[in-house]
Design a protein around this ligand. Structure first.
Ligand code: TXA
Ligand code: MG
Length: 322
């Protein structure tokens, strides 16, 4: 079995596999990542192959500590202040790539920027320290599908599985990191995530939002993503025949899965992907989701749900995010 409980011994083995150019799935506070040694071109290429991810969609580089970022990217005062406040944590900063950065060019997909973050999970941090290299790690799901928040989700999604899946329990945040582009003078929110926009704006002032676009500056903002196999209907008040209802708050019927009966957005984010996966099974033919407020973590939840509900690309030529 490739799922192994994370402990000092399995983390040391995982680090060995990573240094050998193999892929290891590991927990972060947001979702499970599919990690590779970011300095190894072949290992990074193997991530794109395993996920079926388009090569134009760049990867996040995970670091053991904020100090390591300066070797890879140009860290300005804004980035330094955000790193001090939010790292380790669910914030990814897109910054100008240093020409001498020892990271595979494939990882940044030919862009002159690089996305970096320090994850707030003891297993991820121990793995990064033991490997002694930056790790490129997208969410550990096939491109376009629902992100994994448990080790079992990862095991069910890949054939063949990664060399090892480190099990660190369910992810506490449950939605991916917030991706913020700081390559220009104006900060641009490329993906809402685990750090709320309002919280970032306390630090930075107003932040722009990237419109859903195929602009290579925002390759992750693609319409269909995080998609269950079944169709998804949003802002539903009740289920229609054949639909499973995903509830939110106290108005939801008692017999449906409820993201948070108390209406707590952090709890809803933590439950989102696991509940979508549970409902994406027979006998259901579709999934209907109750309305969710759009503030705080609700922005990220609604973003993921909107992409889950978007028309699916029927042709391999249509772009998909990873
Ligand atoms: O929470 C997370 O961020 C998780 C965990 C594993 O860290 N990772 C994750 O990675 O969600 P992934 O590959 O599924 O999403 C990375 C996002 C994509 O939307 C990608 O387009 C964007 O970050 N991205 C990466 N590098 C970029 C760059 N240089 N410029 C703009 N966007 C970038
Ligand atoms: Mg992803």
């Amino acid at each position: 079995m490739t799922i192994v409980a994370a402990d000092p011994r399995s983390i040391a083995q995982a680090a060995e596999l990573l240094r050998d150019g193999r892929l290891v799935a590991f927990p972060t506070e947001t979702v499970y990542g599919l990690g590779a040694d970011a300095t190894n071109d072949r290992a990074v290429a193997a991530i794109f192959a395993a996920k079926g991810r388009p090569s134009f969609n760049p990867l996040i580089i995970h670091l053991a500590a904020a100090e390591a970022a300066g070797e890879l990217v140009a860290v300005d005062d804004r980035a330094a202040a955000l790193a001090r406040r939010f790292w380790p944590g669910p914030l990814t900063l897109v910054l100008p790539r240093r020409p001498e950065a020892a990271v595979s060019l494939l990882a940044s997909a030919g862009l002159d920027s690089l996305a970096v973050r320090v994850p707030a999970h003891p297993v991820a941090l121990a793995l990064l320290a033991a490997t002694g290299r930056p790790l490129a790690a997208p969410s550990a799901n096939p491109s376009g599908r629902i992100s994994p928040t448990t080790a079992r989700h990862v095991a069910g999604d890949f054939d063949p599985p990664p060399a090892m899946i480190l099990d660190g329990g369910p992810c506490a945040v449950g939605v991916e990191s917030t991706v913020l582009d700081l390559t220009g003078r104006q900060a641009v929110l490329l993906r809402p995530g685990g750090i709320a926009r309002e919280t970032l704006e306390e630090e930075l002032g107003p932040v722009d939002t990237a419109a859903a676009t195929a602009d290579p500056r925002a390759p992750g903002m693609l319409a269909s993503h995080y998609a269950p196999a079944r169709p998804v209907r949003l802002d539903a008040e009740q289920a229609r025949p054949g639909e499973a209802l995903l509830g939110f708050g106290g108005r939801a019927p008692a017999d449906c899965l409820n993201l948070s009966a108390e209406g707590d957005l952090a709890e809803a984010a933590a439950n989102l992907f696991a509940m979508l996966r549970r409902l994406d099974a027979p006998p259901q033919r579709a999934i209907a989701v109750m309305p969710i407020p759009r503030h705080g973590l609700g922005l990220a939840i609604n973003d993921r749900l909107r992409r889950a509900a978007a028309p699916r690309p029927s042709s391999p030529l249509v772009r998909r995010d990873g």
